[in-house]
Design a protein around this ligand. Sequence first.
Ligand code: FAD
Length: 511
Amino acid sequence: METIRNIVIVGGGTAGWMTAAALSKILGPQYADITLVESEDIGTVGVGEATIPQINIFNRLLGLKEDDFIRQTNGTFKLGIEFVDWARKGHSYFHPFGPYGFDMKGVSFHAFWQKLQTLGVSDSISDYNLQAVAARDGKFMRPVQVENSPLSTIAYAFHFDAGLYAKFLRRFSEGLGAQRIEGRIVSADKNADTGFLEAVVLNDGRRIEGDLFIDCSGFRGLLIGQQMGVGYEDWSKWLPNNRAWAVPTERVPSRSEALGQNKYANPTPYTRSTAREAGWQWRIPLQHRTGNGYVFSNNFIDEQAAMDTLLQNLDAKPLKDPMLIKFQGGHRHKFWEKNVVAIGLASGFMEPLESTSIHLIQVGIAKLLQMFPDKGFEQADINRYNMMSVREYEYIRDFLVLHFNQTERDDSEYWRYCRNMELPPRLQEKYDLFQSRGRIFRENEELFNDTSWFAVMVGQGMTWRGYDPVADVMTDEDVKRQLFGIKDAIRKSSDYMPTHEDFIRANCAMD
Ligand code: FAD
């Protein structure tokens, strides 16, 4: 086989354009022809607006100027997720980016915090994370290099308009030579002997030939499912949500706007997730509007009732009618089959509770580049890609299940189901280790680190029998002194930071 030079990307949503942008940047037109086919009639899923800090790696890979990117996508900054009513009604906690505390000589900070609790100090773990404190204060700034200051460790991600993000990446990719073809794919030609895909065929009869096809066609899985016949691993028993209503609302005017100063309320520098009777509601603030949605299971609430719940729980006027999206938690049995690689929703989906899908797109692209085929396709590479992809999915799934399963809520059939569901294989061991001595072990290739697991385990109300004895390397008094010092430094750092709104206005306000 000839060297792989002709790459066809099917789909122009977030997955398609992220893939086109990265391949154009890394491979460039001198190495490969990159063609993206999309259909405006079909459109994109239109959601997917909250990210996690790893997106900064992707942006750096592309060499993006962050302020331009924020400005052109009407973006805001995100320091974590607030979970409201998840452990029980009336309770909330914060899953922050960035670590708790400071370097504690190799001992995880949370062991000292747990020791502090046994000393009768009931400080929230959130008091020990700058992102959590700044989020509560409505503050934001990028990290600055100040020695021994929490300000040097600020970790952040973004909220952005998904449609504008795709357009932004399209401009970027076309600028690097990627070619876009508008058209609806109606069939594909396969080699009768090898089963490899040779071309996709458009409704006007055009044939787009390729050596490597990247299926970014969304839930349809046009190539990976319909053409290559790869089936779907259904995780509904662990991730029962299968529907979402999404609706944008106006920005919330601030008090100063009411006074005629044309200002809007400080957009929260975090995503909010509020647990509801049969799922949860997201709230994602952008510069020009707020994204809202109710993710639910239609086995526990009907679609109309879910839509009513969403509309009754908005804090501003809807800008259009809610849109219903149907999905199924799980993934393709194979992410890569012969010369077709599925990226984005075509490859699988886990509900958006921890904003992981865009990250999984990025990881799919990175792995593809790592194992980019040369002359022909090596089955060993394909197997490795598939194995790594499944693992990544499984670790994220377990983290998601934790949120639903560890709760005091039993006020609906939905929550009773979640509390009593059969756990995925490794999760019980995570629980056992935490409940014994508050220990958390991160597996290889696992996305979420111990800060994340700790935040959600504690936030969801899990308890532990004793703290890790390694925290006894410090006396009770030293633990108190050191932790109070850290808390104070974090408090002062947040006080120093500008409001999120002021930061955006000074650096990256939309035109
Ligand atoms: P799509 O956006 O569906 O794009 C598919 C593309 O394929 C389109 O361009 C379409 O025109 C094209 N296409 C399809 N069929 C054909 C055809 N026959 N011919 C030509 N073109 C075709 N992710 C996050 O990271 N954070 C979030 O906060 C988040 N929230 C979400 C909330 C919900 C309710 C859902 C469902 C998803 C969420 N996601 C989130 C996931 C995120 O939306 C997706 O990962 C992301 O948008 C990528 O979608 P995609 O590009 O794979 O598919």
